[in-house]
Design a protein around this ligand. Structure first.
Ligand code: CTP
Length: 202
């Protein structure tokens, strides 16, 4: 009995995932699929997953291609799983080429060609169009908000508003924002939402 093991987030299950699971299964007699837990994804900076672990596991189950579905909770779990389940082949898509060569010490490692033109990232973007945001104010908090916004999918900060033209211009330039405004109404016309980063009394 040849056991194949593979891992993924499998958010918004798509044809790329199904193709991979189908080909992985053909490499052996039994397929084990590890699905990443929410906390593991968060710990590796993947903050935008839309479906819960339960939904993602259920979708993998419904493909009928997995003989066993397990949770992937930790970095470094793969070696433990390969030993525990006696996996002969570790399979992953070609976007990870080379990254799992260290597992060759434990089993065969196969990188399968990724299906072109589909990804969970694209599906998430299609569901949530980009929100263009502006920041009112150019102080310390505004800079911190900008840095943190980079971790949020589908948000783009495009403009800053402030009464002092030179300060607004400098802020826009140093944070690569497209536009700066000193007229509040004009600024509001250009964005979907505003983060207000001025002191409360203003
Ligand atoms: N995969 C694939 N073809 C695709 C997308 C994914 O073969 N078009 C494979 C990956 O290489 C991985 C598995 O499916 O082996 C699970 O990938 P996952 O990261 O969950 O899917 P992605 O669509 O790549 O997700 P994201 O956009 O969030 O990175």
């Amino acid at each position: 009995m040849k056991t194949v093991i593979t891992y993924g987030t499998f958010d918004l299950l798509h044809t790329g995932h199904v193709n991979l699971l189908r080909r992985a299964r053909k490499l052996g007699d039994r397929l084990i699929v590890g699905v990443t837990t929410d906390s593991y994804d968060q710990s590796r900076g993947k903050l935008n997953v839309m479906e819960s672990l339960e939904e993602r596991m259920e979708n993998v189950r419904k493909t009928g291609l997995a003989d066993l579905i397990i949770k992937e909770e930790l970095e470094g779990q793969k070696i433990h799983d390969i030993r525990k389940y006696g996996a002969d082949v570790f399979v992953i898509g070609s976007d990870w080429s080379g990254k799992f060569d260290y597992l060759r010490e434990y089993c065969e490692v196969v990188y399968l060609e990724r299906t072109k033109g589909v990804s969970s990232t694209d599906l998430r973007s299609a569901r949530n169009p980009i929100v263009y945001m502006g920041i009112a104010g150019y102080g310390r908090i505004a800079g911190r908000f900008l840095r943190e916004s980079k971790y949020v999918s589908n948000i783009e900060i495009t403009a800053v508003f402030g009464r002092n033209k030179e300060k607004a211009r400098r802020f826009a330039e140093s944070h690569a924002l497209l536009e700066y405004y000193t007229e509040y109404e004009q600024f509001l016309d250009r964005v979907h939402a505003v983060y207000i980063a001025v002191p409360h009394h203003l």
